[in-house]
Design a protein around this ligand. Structure first.
Ligand code: FUB
Length: 482
């Protein structure tokens, strides 16, 4: 019997689904290691941020329990922790049906929700996610498949509640893996896809101008951008191109492209970025503990799969969130061969810099990181009665920011025109750690970066500030987890 090309490809597709189903995991023994940190389900593509409750939150994409590849990823979960070790699952916050409508059918391979990011701004949580669509014209054909992808945004009042899609396609975007970065001057940026970036408007849902192609290392760059700022420099990390799995007979194959995270540094959030090398080795390679191939420095889990990094600073240390298939491979009940499972799980290890500000390749561990213990007040109220504004500047002496505070809030009466207020350390033109964008209602909050230790804090208002205004309250908060 002759099959048409279309029927043949549908048959191949059904067979491939069958193959995934055969791999269903039956090992229910408790997983014995610290990494991955989420063990009751498969999570990938973590985006970590400290939120106003002082906890670290991450949104993750979800790998299907039966395998099935990245095209069957249909939901996002949020998780939070106050010590980086114990994580609470807050459940599903967005599902494919919230995107395509209840009456549509995602049909397995047609639609997928890939790596998301979630940020807080002015009382709301914004979830950025890529909608990745596989064209079906002429039937499904794995080899010649066509895909399209763009970035959408959803909003919620709380990171543990359902998000509502408010812009189902951010005009001008084309690609996957959004990451949002808020700079100390209050400017927001959206990074995504094949090294693209654009400014975001203050409404957080539209681009402010055309996206630009970032000048990074084109040859190695593949996906999964993350922007991190440290000591005034912009660190852009990303996932490199990879090709075939590690070959136990030739594990040191120099010509194999590896699934790594690399990075570049710039003085500007939009580059150009100078290539600096490896941030995270290939998954499974150079892990300091756990089972190994005899005589080799790699663990026998699936090495040929995506990597994806997210960085967060929490009370004095920086942490890399990435994913491995340690958990799904371990559930094969044996470590006999390189894992074939695609399901990934979020792991956490520390980021360490050398004296020149370069990242040392992260030491991946099976134990993960030590618990963070924070012992300081949640908030510091700034005394706006005894300290008064002179020449648009107000000073607060001897403020102990301890191991880190992550947000500041301001209430002002009498604002006539939108005004900016920069927060500086130790001098009115000292280190900038955040910027309030004050609208007419006078209520505002901002993210703080590098707010730790003992300092004099300066609030410096811009020229739109009028002397007829009164600061009714000012605070620094999120210094310990709730
Ligand atoms: O998880 C699906 C895709 O794989 C992500 O969007 C990529 O970054 C990679 O992790």
């Amino acid at each position: 019997m002759m099959l048409s090309k279309n029927k043949l490809s549908i048959l191949c597709f059904i067979i491939s689904l069958g193959t995934y189903a055969q791999k269903k995991n039956t090992n229910t023994k408790p997983y014995p290691y610290g990494n991955p940190v989420i063990k009751h389900m498969y999570t990938a593509d973590a985006s970590p941020h400290v939120m106003p409750d002082g906890r670290v939150w991450m949104v993750t994409s979800v790998d299907h329990e039966d395998g099935g590849g990245y095209a069957t990823m249909h939901s996002y979960h949020t998780f939070s922790s106050k010590d980086m070790v114990n994580w609470t699952d807050h459940g599903e916050v967005l599902n494919i049906y919230d995107v395509i409508g209840k009456n549509e059918e995602p049909k397995g391979e047609d639609w997928a929700l890939w790596a998301p990011d979630m940020v807080y701004y002015e009382g709301k949580y914004y979830l950025y996610f890529p909608v990745r669509i596989l064209y079906k014209e002429g039937g499904y054909d794995e080899k010649n498949r066509k895909t399209t992808a763009y970035i959408a945004v959803a909003v919620s009042d709380s990171p543990d509640k359902k998000f509502k899609v408010i812009n189902s396609k951010i005009e001008g975007t084309n690609g996957i893996d959004p990451a949002v970065f808020i700079d100390d001057d209050g400017q927001k940026y959206l990074y995504y896809g094949s090294h693209m970036a654009a400014k975001l408007k203050d409404n957080m849902t539209e681009l402010d101008g055309k996206p630009v192609k970032l000048d990074v290392d084109d040859e190695r760059f593949m996906e999964a951008i993350w922007m991190n700022k440290k000591a005034g420099k912009y660190y852009l990390s990303y996932h490199t191109h990879y090709d075939k799995p590690i070959d136990p007979k030739n594990p040191d194959d120099l010509f194999r492209k590896k699934s790594r995270l690399d990075y570049g540094i710039s003085d500007n959030p939009l580059g150009p970025f100078e290539y600096k090398g490896i941030m995270n080795y290939e998954l499974g390679v150079n892990v300091n503990e756990g089972p190994k191939y005899p005589g080799k420095n790699y663990v026998p889990w699936r090495l040929y799969q995506s990597n994806h990094g997210g960085i967060v600073e929490y009370h004095g240390e920086e942490y890399l969130f990435y994913h491995t298939s340690a958990l799904s491979s371990w559930r094969q009940d044996e470590f006999k061969e390189a894992g074939t499972w695609t399901q990934r799980s979020v792991c956490i290890d520390k980021i360490v810099y050398d004296e020149s500000g370069q990242i040392r390749p992260v030491q991946q561990t099976l134990s993960s990181v030590a618990p963070v213990i924070v012992n300081q007040p949640y908030e510091i109220i700034l005394d706006t009665k005894s300290n008064i504004i002179k020449n648009n500047i107000i000073e607060f002496k001897n403020i102990d920011l301890g191991t880190g505070y992550y947000y500041a809030g301001l209430n002002i009466k009498g604002i006539k025109t939108p005004t900016k207020c920069a927060i500086h350390l130790d001098k009115a033109d000292g280190e900038l750690i955040g910027t309030f964008v004050i609208k007419k209602d006078g209520k505002t909050e901002t993210l703080l970066r590098n707010a730790n230790g003992k300092h004099t804090i300066y609030l410096v208002f811009d020229k739109n500030f009028s002397t007829n205004t009164t600061i009714t309250s000012a605070k620094i908060f999120a210094g310990s987890p709730k």
